[in-house]
Write a protein that binds this ligand. Sequence first.
Ligand code: PA5
Ligand code: NI
Length: 192
Amino acid sequence: MNKNEFISIKFDLVNGLIQWYTRKYHIKLSELRDYAYDSNEVDKLIMEKGDYVIYEVYEIERPVVEGEMIFGVTRIFPGVIGQEYNFTRGHYHVNKMAGEIYVGIKGCGLMLLQDLQGNFFTEVLERGSLIYIPGKYAHRVVNTCDEDLVFLFAYPAIAGHDYELIKKCGFKKVVLNIEGKPTIIDNPKYNK
Ligand code: PA5
Ligand code: NI
């Protein structure tokens, strides 16, 4: 990285690896228990296979002040939790003025979007997708293919992540593997 105020790093556009980041974290199966379509399947899988990593995030942190941006790369490993494809927790931004950009680098899946009025949308997120998410939409990504789903993200540092609302209300729909095909069904646990 340059030793000045700019950040200029190597970014491998094939596998999404970034050469430098300030924070790396991962989310394991057990941490998705409250977000899953069927939490019994989470418990069952942990008993069978242990508590493995579902996705990892490489982030370049910046000061949380107006004008700054946080950016990085998320990698969701392929797989299912029962019938449900591996997914990110999903969140609303606390600051509803703060939008976000996602760029698909590798693999394929779906982005789920919903607002507080109960409007729900899906967008394909795959290598070459560019999605702008206005600040009012909660966003989750689901890996529906059998390879890693990797995407770049960038958002205003003042956005803030609200996970509690998603934990409590869920997304309106879930993406299940039904007879080998990604199928979007109503989430029976969704409560607005
Ligand atoms: O801010 C974003 O939207 C991303 O950086 C996500 O935080 C990241 O992909 C992990 O997803 P989540 O925060 O929903 O667990
Ligand atoms: Ni976000």
